[in-house]
Ligand binder design. Structure first.
Ligand code: PMP
Length: 448
């Protein structure tokens, strides 16, 4: 591996330039001692500053399932910039936004019929939470304000998202946020090393019923969950859990939001987690894979009748039905990328490819069971999470060391908290799965 000064020299960067960028969700002090620079990407591989090929074991950040630098998307994006680089998002439209919205509704489960564009997962969550509250207000239920999330849930980094989110360190530094409640996660001890969906855990929904009894449904706007928790380390839902969640929400007139920022667009082997698990929410959030990671874009998707509630109670026709939206909502370049990315997914039948590769990946990742420090392995589709036993007094050290060893061996995997996450490209081959799992196993065995 190159030294820091060699990396900087090969990227033509100075120390001052390195210092200028406050990197997100990054240990800046460590990175700036040991910079890992990626200079290009194609297909399933990155090229680093040293010219090494590195396999992309998390598809970017769950974004680039179809592979990097797909020529179809690159071409669509370049053409769009030349033709219409920006158009005002408010009060005027451009055709591709409507075209993409409609394509997305076709891709979503039946009933998810209206699309509100954002630029990220966090903004999609923020939009869903605002729409949920505003919807109840439009319906005359002004006290339905409370949100219920889940422990270990990740819903982005904006205020709404960290309020409903259930990962302690993401909240602790920032002081009070929205008043929310959280039901338990579903990582039960009896489900350790479970392949796919655990058999036990659906009973945990009784906790939601207790919470509804405590606060009263008249004060609760929505429940938000990831159908499969991603950032907390890939936690597939127990069999029957989401169905019971849907039943409880329907019974008590509480909106159900599925945050599908990771599970949407193929990762699970179906178009969405909702489709995979046979449960349709009232609102859904997407981002990441929608443009194959090329241009920032997200969306909140909901039912026609939720949309109509705003239209019918919107005041005079020239008035805004909801004062919410982003300068870059439905950006023409993002829409062009989204349309091209959907073409790629469909033409290459990548969603069914995920389903057909998932069993091989499942066996492969679970073959690591018994390796030192691995306390749990979970998987679904082309996603997997490994829980790593903490080193004494150093809860997050080992996952970091494992990810760095993998990087040195030519494999990018994500570490966070006590987890290693894998999110394979949809085009992955069996030999690539073997090499990745071997490298990961070796990296763990090499720990002191
Ligand atoms: N929700 C979920 C389920 C996510 O996984 C993420 C990102 N990992 C987000 C929201 C936030 O997305 P973004 O980083 O694009 O704001």
């Amino acid at each position: 591996m190159q030294s820091k000064s060699e990396v900087l020299a090969s990227c033509n960067l100075s120390q001052e330039q390195l210092d200028s960028y406050w990197m997100p969700y990054t240990a800046n002090r460590e990175f700036k001692k040991n910079p890992r620079m990626i200079v290009s990407a194609e297909g399933k591989y990155y090229t680093d500053a040293e010219g090494r090929q590195v396999f992309d074991g998390l598809s970017g950040l769950w974004t680039c399932g179809a592979g990097h630098s797909r020529p179809e998307i690159t071409e669509a994006v370049s053409k769009q910039i030349a033709q219409l680089d920006y158009s005002p998002a408010f009060q005027f439209g451009h055709p591709k936004a409507f075209e993409l919205a409609h394509r997305i509704t076709d891709f979503m489960p039946d009933g998810m019929d209206r699309v509100f564009f954002t630029n990220s997962g966090s903004e999609s969550v923020e939009t869903a939470l605002k729409v949920a509250r505003a919807y109840w207000r439009k319906k005359g239920h002004g006290t339905k304000n409370r949100f219920i999330g889940r422990v270990k849930g990740y819903h982005g980094v904006n205020w709404g998202g960290i309020s409903v989110g259930g990962i302690g360190p993401n909240k602790a530094m920032f002081g009070p946020a929205l008043e929310t409640s959280h039901i338990q996660h579903t990582m039960l001890p009896e489900n350790l090393f479970c392949k796919g969906m655990p058999e036990t855990g659906a009973h945990l929904i009784t906790e939601l019923e207790e919470m509804i009894a405590l606060y009263d449904a008249s004060n609760i706007a929505a429940v938000i969950v990831e159908p499969m928790a991603g950032s907390a380390g890939v936690i597939p839902p127990p069999v029957g859990y989401l169905k019971r969640l849907r039943e409880v929400c329907t019974k008590h007139n509480i909106l159900l939001i599925f945050d599908e920022v990771i599970t949407g667009f193929g990762r699970m082997g179906s178009n969405t987690g909702a489709e995979e698990f046979g449960v349709t929410p009232d609102l859904m959030t997407i981002a990441k894979q929608v443009t194959n990671g090329t241009v920032p874009m997200g969306a909140m998707i909901t039912r026609k009748d939720v949309y109509e509630t705003f239209m019918e109670n919107g005041g005079p026709e020239y008035a805004l039905e909801i004062p919410h939206g982003y300068t870059y909502s439905g950006h023409p370049v993002a829409c062009a990328a989204g349309l091209a990315a959907l073409d790629v997914l469909e033409n290459d039948q990548l969603v069914s490819r995920v389903k057909s590769m998932a069993p091989y990946f499942e066996e492969s990742v679970h073959s690591l069971k018994g390796t030192q420090y691995i306390n749990d392995i979970r998987n679904y589709g082309l996603a997997a999470g490994l829980t790593i036993e903490a080193a004494p007094g150093e809860p997050m050290l080992r996952p970091y060391q494992i990810a760095m060893k993998c990087w040195e061996k030519g494999f990018y995997v994500r570490y966070g908290g006590d987890m290693i996450q894998l999110g394979l490209p949809f085009t992955v081959e069996k030999e690539e799965i073997d090499s990745l799992i071997n490298a990961l196993g070796e990296s763990i065995r090499e720990l002191d």
